[in-house]
Every structure is written in structure tokens, then in C-alpha cells.
Design a protein around this ligand. Structure first.
Ligand code: ATP
Length: 306
């Protein structure tokens, strides 16, 4: 059902994206199933994002009045640092990201970027300042060049190539039948999940935002691809304020702070080693992932020897 609905919805979104010039919105697939509900305050001006420090102060929010999805969430991400959100499905991780992108306004509390409450600035300027790498990147039925350039339509060819290099996809593109002019998407060359993620990284590099929201893909890539993508992601996020929704804990070992969400509340917080030492929710999640990884590599070796 989801697969039937999403493209229709997405089309509407894409249309609005063009209307409002939200360069990243077409990417926001997952975040965007909902209609927009937020209206700019009268006389709202553009946000001025310099280094991109992000603060959530006592944020409480529910999609429906009778059910709170975030309860008193407080954290800050100093400019250039990385905070990771982890927790069970439905604990509110994506909601944090949606609120920061201001698809909804918070009920109580505030979200502050470089000292400015995001409620008081235009949504368009806010979204221009934030790069998003979603789980699943949507490609336009257009050339691979256009698909990268979408991050900043005024970019030169040389800048597109530089971004493609940064996303580690330049060499791959040169192997395509018509190089950068190759048509991709539904009606052209179909890219793999890993390649689409690289396009998203290249787009974001072109956009060069101070703040990056990263929704880690749940679908597994093979280990080598995974490692290469991880390297590109790390390069992209260096010196940028990054909020990452993480599914594989191995990717956030070096995060400056990890927030463990459960039913909309932060139940544990700290760096990886600290949380492991706490023997709590995070340590359990970590143990489970190690076990399932061992099991799956055991399965693989069985398959290979069979
Ligand atoms: P996952 O890891 O599965 O993506 P998550 O931690 O990101 O989960 P959220 O997507 O933030 O969780 O959802 C938190 C809660 O809010 C869930 O119970 C979800 O059902 C509910 N929810 C999300 N979007 C809406 C919506 N548009 N309307 C009503 N409830 C919603």
C-alpha cells in the first residue's frame, strides 16, 4: 500500500518543492508523507545560519493531541559536532528530524539554530540551510549530472564533478554509457541503493549546508560498499553539525553524543564507551547487534561452504 501511495504523494510534494524552491524537499520522501501544516509567522525573515549550532529545549510534541511522541526532549549539538539518535522503531527519532526541518511546530519548548527560534524564521530559508541525506534517495528521470546538480542548480560542471568525486561516484559515472549525460531513474539507468546514496552525498556536498540531517539506510549494503559509503559520509559531515538517525550502532561509535530514545523520552545519553559502561538500553542494543552480526556472518560462511 505504501508503495502505491508514495509516488502520488511525492508528485504533489515535488510540485510544491518547485513552487517554493525547497531544493531538498524532493529528497525528503520519508519525512514528507504528511501534508505541510506550518505557516510562517507574519513578517518572518530568513534565518541566518553561520556555524549551525542546534538546540532542542524541553521539546514536547504529538501528531495527535491525545498522544505525545516526544516528551521534554532537551539536547544541543555544538557547531560542527555530531549527535546520533538511536532507539526502537516508533521511539521518535524521525520526529526529531521532522521538527528541525519544521514540518510541524513544537507544542511546548523551542528549537534554536544559531540563537534563532526556528518558529520565527521563514521555512524556505531554514530548509535552504539544512542538507538532508534520506534513507532512500529519489532520482529524477533526467541525466546523472542534473541529479547531482540539483543540490545547487547554479553549480558549474567542474563543481558537479568535484562533488561526485567527494561522493565517490565520479569513476562510476565515467563508466556509464554517456558519462554525466546518461539518463537515470525510472526510464533510464537504474542505480543501486549504494549508488543512489552516493548521489545524495554529492548533492549535499554541492549544497554545502552548515547542518546535515542523515537518516541512515536500514537496507543492508554489502560490507565493502557500506565501508566506502561510510567514508564518504564521514568526509561530508566533517566540520558540519550533523544529526544522524542511526540503525547500525557501528556507524556512530565516534559520535560526540548518542541519545537513546524510548517512547519519546531520552533515557540514556553520552558517548559510546560511556553508554556501554552503563549496562543499560544502549549496551543491550549493542550486544544484540553484535550477536546478529555474528549469526549472519556464520550464515554467510555456511552458504559459501555449501
Ligand atoms: P523508525 O525507527 O521505525 O523510523 P522512529 O523512532 O523514527 O521510528 P517516528 O517516525 O519518529 O519513530 O514516530 C514516532 C511515533 O509517532 C510513532 O508511534 C509513529 O506511529 C507516530 N507517528 C509518526 N508520524 C505520524 C503522523 N503523521 N501521525 C500520527 N502519528 C505519527
Amino acid at each position: 500500500i505504501v508503495q502505491l501511495y508514495v509516488p502520488l504523494n511525492w508528485f504533489g510534494t515535488y510540485y510544491r518543492a518547485i513552487q517554493k524552491n525547497f531544493v531538498d524537499m524532493e529528497n525528503m520522501f520519508d519525512l514528507l508523507r504528511e501534508e505541510q501544516e506550518v505557516i510562517d509567522a507574519p513578517g518572518a525573515g530568513p534565518i541566518s545560519v553561520r556555524r549551525g549550532a542546534v538546540e532542542f529545549n524541553n521539546v514536547t510534541f504529538g501528531y495527535l493531541p491525545e498522544r505525545l511522541v516526544l516528551k521534554n526532549v532537551t539536547f544541543s549539538v555544538p557547531a560542527g559536532k555530531t549527535v546520533a539518535l538511536v532507539g526502537p522503531s516508533g521511539s521518535g527519532k524521525s520526529t526529531v528530524i521532522r521538527l528541525l526541518f519544521r514540518f510541524y511546530d513544537v507544542e511546548t519548548g523551542s528549537i534554536i539554530i544559531d540563537g534563532q527560534n526556528i518558529k520565527t524564521v521563514t521555512q524556505e530559508s531554514l530548509r535552504r540551510s539544512i542538507g538532508v541525506v534520506p534513507q532512500d534517495t529519489v532520482l529524477f528521470n533526467n541525466t546523472i549530472k542534473y541529479n547531482i546538480k540539483y543540490g545547487r542548480l547554479t553549480a558549474t560542471d567542474a563543481e558537479v564533478i568535484e562533488a561526485a568525486r567527494g561522493g565517490d561516484i565520479h569513476d562510476k559515472i565515467l563508466q556509464f554509457p554517456e558519462g554525466y549525460e546518461t539518463q537515470v531513474g525510472e526510464r533510464g539507468l537504474r542505480l543501486s541503493g549504494g549508488e543512489k546514496q552516493r548521489v545524495a552525498i554529492a548533492r549535499t556536498l554541492l549544497k554545502a549546508p552548515a547542518i546535515i540531517l542523515l537518516d541512515e539506510a536500514t537496507s543492508a549494503l554489502d560490507t565493502q560498499t557500506e565501508r566506502n559509503i561510510q567514508d564518504s559520509l564521514e568526509r561530508m559531515c566533517t566540520n558540519r553539525t550533523t544529526i544522524i538517525v542511526a540503525h547500525r550502532l557501528s556507524t556512530i561509535i565516534h559520535a560526540d553524543e548518542i541519545l537513546v530514545l524510548q517512547e519519546g523520552e531520552i533515557v540514556e545519553r553520552g558517548r559510546h564507551e560511556h553508554l556501554i559502561g552503563q549496562e543499560g538500553v544502549y549496551a543491550n542494543m549493542w550486544r544484540q547487534q553484535l550477536e546478529s552480526r555474528e549469526n549472519s556472518s556464520a550464515d554467510n560462511s555456511l552458504e559459501k561452504s555449501a
